[in-house]
Design a binder for this molecule. Structure first.
Ligand code: SER
Length: 317
């Protein structure tokens, strides 16, 4: 029986819905505590303990850590880029205070390891757009990006100052079938599948040539677990690692889906998220992640689209 007790905050969200299931396969259902302020899906509710929980409350954080004798925390709770832009104050509170509370609990020696998600949103309009390097200009101009770059700085600071074993990934746009799209700029690439499968036209909020770095969720989960399972000595970057999966634009994913649904139609009508997308890179250089802990993506656009359609059809029909 594993001695590790894992706590996933944000278990009802985009990454959490998949990550909790995979962690429970590894550590056993009872050893992975899921929590969120939102109701989780059936699979998560039935697979192990669930706590309704607000990460912004310091008292609640230490209460749960002590109650379950937590050894590792995955703190995924956050507002994504589109939603954060509409409520900057709440985004700052949720994205920052949550991280800060967990880092402080780790500093007291109560938990051994932390995972925290960063994003390609740490980059901005002044960042090199193609093969964006690990270390480069990071001048984000979105609320979400500002919280992520600040969070990265905090992670590195807690590691150097207090030896907190915190690890992080700059996720590209994640495409998964378990959670519904949740307010991100890259979420068009999830939503588009629901429309195709239901036989509906899709109105895309980005232009057809907006190329962004993306990743299929199984790759995202594997990257997360590989990073967390790597020996501490091989984790050279304590802010957050660039990782890449694939890059595509709306027209490319539309055409790939048309291999399955030739009649599927997409109209383009940009909204405020176009400007967010324009400020982000088109492709990412992830050579540091490869060098330090062996990261390599498994899915490309075609294999992702093929699998997404199988999985979503199974879920919806
Ligand atoms: N997928 C996120 C978003 O679009 C980026 O990390 O907000």
């Amino acid at each position: 029986m594993s001695k590790d007790k894992i706590w996933v905050i944000g278990a009802s969200g985009q990454i959490g819905s998949d990550l909790v299931v995979e962690l429970r396969k590894i550590y056993g259902g009872a050893n992975v505590i899921a929590s969120d302020i939102k109701e989780p899906n059936q699979e998560i509710k039935e697979g192990g303990p669930f706590e309704a929980f607000d990460v912004c409350s310091v008292d609640e954080v230490s209460h749960i850590v002590k109650k379950y004798q937590i050894t590792e925390v995955y703190n995924l709770a956050a507002l994504l880029s589109g939603t954060a832009e509409k409520d900057p104050r709440f985004a700052w509170r949720l994205n920052m205070n949550g991280l800060f509370n967990i880092l402080n609990v780790a500093k007291e020696g109560l938990v051994k390891k932390i995972f925290w998600p960063s994003s390609i949103a740490v980059f901005g309009p002044t960042t090199p757009k193609f093969d964006t390097p690990q270390v480069t200009i990071t001048e984000p101009n979105t609320v979400y990006g500002i919280t992520k770059i600040a969070g990265e700085r905090w992670c590195e600071w807690f590691f150097h100052k207090y030896g907190v074993d915190v690890r992080s990934i700059r996720y590209p746009g994640l495409i998964g079938y378990k959670a519904l799209p949740g307010g991100g700029t890259t979420d068009y690439a999830v939503d588009i599948f629901y429309h195709a499968i239901k036989g509906m036209d899709y109105e895309c909020f980005l232009s057809k040539d907006t190329m962004l770095p993306m990743m299929y969720m199984p790759d995202g989960i594997r990257a997360t677990l590989d990073l967390m399972h790597a020996p501490s000595s091989s984790i050279k970057i304590r802010s957050s690692y660039n990782i890449a999966g694939m890059s595509f634009d709306p027209q490319m994913i539309h055409e790939s889906i048309q291999r399955h649904y030739p009649e599927f139609n997409v109209n383009y009508k940009g909204d405020f998220r176009q400007e967010i997308a324009n400020s982000w890179p088109s492709s990412i250089d992830d050579s540091e992640a490869y060098k330090d802990w062996g990261w390599k993506p498994g899915y490309d656009l075609t294999s992702m689209v093929d699998d997404m359609i199988i999985q979503l059809k199974h879920k919806l029909l």
